[in-house]
Design a protein around this ligand. Structure first.
Ligand code: NAD
Length: 419
């Protein structure tokens, strides 16, 4: 059985990325050492009475990697594969992401070991409410603000908001983001991560002289991030030739009709059997010849085992951690541009920040205001990363970590070490 508490390779890999950026920046070693350790990690055991009367105990985590720049911020993942190590790495990436887009948050992440598709709505609600109740002391608008991630959605965020509010004895909308619109959600939040991926990809394509209109793209993972990115790319004239879900992918070299694929998925719950495309495996999909590859599923998809067979010109990481360090080296040698997760998918947390701001002000923006502000932040963050990359002659990933580290370390240093 997998040790869910073991120190694993994902956080170690994350630290290697941190170390590489810290070396180039030549940072203060003592201050940097603070950031190599999470601020706080909490494990909770979640007893739930299932529909058949049986009592099951689920395990949930929350890691607050850094609060140097503000409240911890980051999503909650429901999956059988969740481990503490994974959550720790995801929390550290959130610290970087929030600093890169320069919003006043630290980094956090949560996870519950469960398979939502095997739970009834009633059981899913009980898991969510009990997990929230167990985290009550360490969540809050000024403390730690969760959001959706893999297998969690607006409904789950609404239950979190309600549970927290019932304990607080008043409605606290700003404790969580990614909520439904009628409960303090923000216009544009659901689409924000996918929209952000497309904004940053367009910037990178422009930098490297590739037109988006008339190009081809492959998207792994057709959930919130992947389906929106595919839809928006399609809208601006990029041909989406393959997409996938956890089971497998569908491929049509003449282009997929994304609206039609979305309708099919809604009806059939999986892409398999879609009639106007050939079936491919998730591994085959990554190796399809295309201009843009958007991994938008889970970690460790582009590895030493397949990196040399990737044919895309630009990889824009919608998912967190889809590329391993060894794979990065191979991609760099092949001249494939990688727009890293901590920049490419930061649109989600940026609009989560807008949601938090709107909730706290009780004043809500139009979708146009949200999308304009998102565009402004992402374009300027991309430019800052690109400038760093040129100045130090490093790939975009190292440059992104450098920008993030610089901002967080400056805050730690200015605040000082309290003793
Ligand atoms: P989601 O649950 O809506 O969709 C995930 C998609 O990936 C689904 O199509 C699923 O079938 C597929 N998938 C799951 N496991 C897979 C596997 N092992 N192999 C291939 N496909 C698999 O999740 P999402 O919110 O779209 O998140 C996708 C990725 O984007 C994650 O890495 C997440 O951390 C990252 N991300 C999400 C947000 C957000 O706002 N939702 C923000 C930033 C980053």
């Amino acid at each position: 059985m997998k040790d869910i508490f073991a120190q694993g390779c994902l956080y170690e890999e994350t630290l290697k990325r941190f170390d590489e950026a810290a070396d180039v920046l030549n940072v203060h070693k003592g201050v940097y050492n603070v950031l190599r350790h999470p601020y706080r990690e909490v494990t909770v055991y979640i007893p739930v009475q299932m529909d058949n009367g049986e009592i099951k105990v689920f395990i949930g985590f929350r890691v607050q990697h850094s609060i140097a720049r503000g409240p911890a911020k980051g999503g909650i993942r429901y999956s059988k594969e969740v481990t503490l190590d994974e959550v720790r790495a995801l929390a550290a990436w959130m610290t970087m992401k929030c600093a890169i887009v320069n919003i006043p948050f630290g980094g956090g992440k949560g996870g519950v070991i469960c398979e939502p598709s095997e739970l009834s709505m009633n059981e899913l609600e009980k898991v969510t409410r009990r997990y929230t109740a167990s985290m009550i002391e360490i969540w809050g608008p000024e403390v730690d603000v969760p959001a959706p991630d893999v297998n969690t959605n607006e409904q789950i965020m609404a239950w979190i908001m309600d549970t927290y509010s019932m304990h607080a004895r008043h409605t606290v909308t700003s404790v969580v983001t990614g909520k439904p619109l009628n409960l303090g959600g923000s216009r544009g939040r659901k689409e924000a991560t996918g929209r952000g991926v497309v904004i940053v990809l367009e910037q990178a394509a422009q930098t490297f002289g590739l037109p988006v209109r008339g190009s081809t793209a492959v998207v792994q993972g057709f959930g919130n991030v992947g389906s929106i990115a595919a839809y928006l790319l399609d809208q601006i004239g990029c041909k989406i030739i393959a997409v996938s879900d956890i089971f497998n992918g569908i491929y049509n070299e003449n282009g997929l009709n994304i609206d039609d694929v979305m309708k099919y998925l809604k009806e059939h719950k999986k892409l398999e059997g879609y009639p106007k495309a050939a079936k491919v495996s998730n591994q085959e999909l990554l190796e399809i010849s295309c201009d843009f590859l958007i991994p938008a599923a889970v970690e460790n998809q582009i590895t030493i085992g397949n990196a040399d067979r990737i044919k895309a010109k630009i990889i824009c990481e919608g998912a967190n951690g889809p590329t391993t360090i060894e794979a990065d080296k191979i991609l760099n040698e092949k001249g494939i541009i990688v727009v890293p997760d901590i920049l490419a998918n930061a649109g989600g947390v940026t609009v989560s920040y807008f949601e938090w701001v709107q909730d706290r002000q009780g004043y809500f923006w139009t979708e146009e205001q949200v999308n304009d502000a998102l565009m402004q932040i992402l374009v300027s963050s991309y430019k800052e990363v690109l400038a760093m990359s040129k100045q130090f002659n490093v790939p975009l990933r190292t440059a992104s970590y450098m920008l993030g580290l610089e901002r967080v370390l400056e805050c730690i240093q200015t605040r000082g070490i309290y003793a």
